[in-house]
Design a protein around this ligand. Structure first.
Ligand code: WQD
Length: 342
């Protein structure tokens, strides 16, 4: 079985990808520093996939730790690099924390496996597009000046990977996946998103508000140039997103694939904040309490992805709609309220 290193494999997207890797016949090897995840997710994965995956708790920013990892796991076919700090607001307050973590970990990993033929999948973000001029946005749209140090790390990490491939010195093949807005949870409700503190993202705030952990939801802006005035995003179910990583590994493994490529991971369809709130109410039967507030600094008005290239080259498209995104996120919120993991 081909071994795949999954950094950040106990996190939200990482844990769902571990499940899909096993479903596809791969052997995931998880690396995580537990800075934004729980060890208990390993047990949850055990329940879903029937065994505990290999796990290394280590800090990828420490070069010696990563080299030790490469010695312990020399035979890997792929790396899916999720591990990164991702809170936009925190990155504005603590830029060095973000630059240190997100750059050191990428560079240490690349160095550790530099001489090996490894297929490398990088977690990037639609944040690189800023507010695109044309919607849906395609992969060849210009990368815009970053709105936050977090967004900047995604842009620069993409550049680091492209420069490394252009240099021709390594045996890597690299695919960057530009995520739109991942939401939802596994159908088992055994894994899902575990935000630290007050959720900054819309869907975890909705589910926590619905269960009574938070007050009413604030809709950030109702005066955007959109049909209902609230901002539009391309929400994608995390299980669909996870499956795209398996598709990316398969594409990179082909002899015909060389070098570097990047793909949008979205549904190709935008939903406004008010539409998301409505979809939650419709699919769960739970009424939400919300109010309209001012715009949030740094937010773009509307963005959704063109997924033609992903469909053609990755042979992947989403299967789960906004209703399943909402109902699965809600099922997870209720599960975690009954079964706290920490
Ligand atoms: C979605 C929409 C908000 C909360 C961010 C990062 C991005 C990516 C994912 C990840 C926006 C509105 C939100 C609330 C609201 N990074 N909203 N009330 O901002 O599109 O993307 O997370 O690792 O890089 O920028 O996602 O979920 O925060 O917001 O009205 O309480 O919901 O204004 O329009 P966003 P989000």
């Amino acid at each position: 079985m081909a071994k795949i290193l999954v950094t950040g494999g106990l996190g939200f997207i990482g844990s769902h990808t571990v499940v899909e890797l096993v479903n596809a016949g791969y052997e995931p090897v998880i690396v995580d520093d537990l800075s934004n995840s729980q060890l208990a997710i390993l047990d949850q994965l055990n329940t879903i996939i029937g065994h505990k995956p290999a796990f290394y708790q280590l800090d990828l920013t420490l070069e010696t730790d990563v080299q030790t990892l490469a010695l312990a796991e020399p035979e890997i076919e792929g790396i899916i690099h999720f591990a990164a700090f991702k809170a936009v607001g925190e990155s504005v307050d603590l830029p060095l924390k973000y630059y240190r973590n997100n750059f050191y970990s990428l560079i240490n990993l690349l160095n550790a496996y530099y001489s090996k033929p490894v297929n490398f999948v990088f977690s990037s973000s639609c944040t690189v597009y800023g507010q695109p001029e044309k919607l849906p946005v395609t992969e060849d749209a210009p990368v815009q000046p970053a709105q936050s140090p977090y967004g900047n790390t995604k842009q620069i990490c993409e550049e680091i990977l492209q420069d490394m491939i252009a240099s021709g010195g390594s045996k890597y093949k690299v695919i960057s996946l530009r995520y739109f807005n991942p939401v939802g949870a596994h159908e088992s409700a055994l894994i899902g998103e575990l935000p630290i503190g007050v959720p900054q993202n819309l869907v975890p705030f909705i589910t926590q508000s619905a269960i009574g952990k938070r007050g009413p939801i604030t809709v950030f802006g109702s005066d955007y140039n959109t049909p209902d005035g609230s901002a539009i995003r391309d929400y994608i179910h995390v299980v669909d997103l996870a499956k795209a990583h398996v598709a990316a590994l398969k594409l990179a493994a082909k002899e015909s694939f060389t070098g570097y490529d990047m793909f949008n991971l979205g549904t190709g369809k935008g939903s406004s904040v008010l539409e998301v709130i409505n979809a939650f109410e419709q699919s769960t039967g739970v009424k939400l309490d919300y109010k309209i507030g001012p715009r949030r600094a740094g937010d773009v008005e509307q963005v959704w992805g063109d997924v033609t290239k992903s469909a053609e080259k990755l042979g992947w498209k989403t299967e789960l709609g906004i209703d399943v995104m909402m109902s699965s996120a809600w099922k997870w919120e209720k599960y975690i309220a009954q079964n706290p993991l920490n």
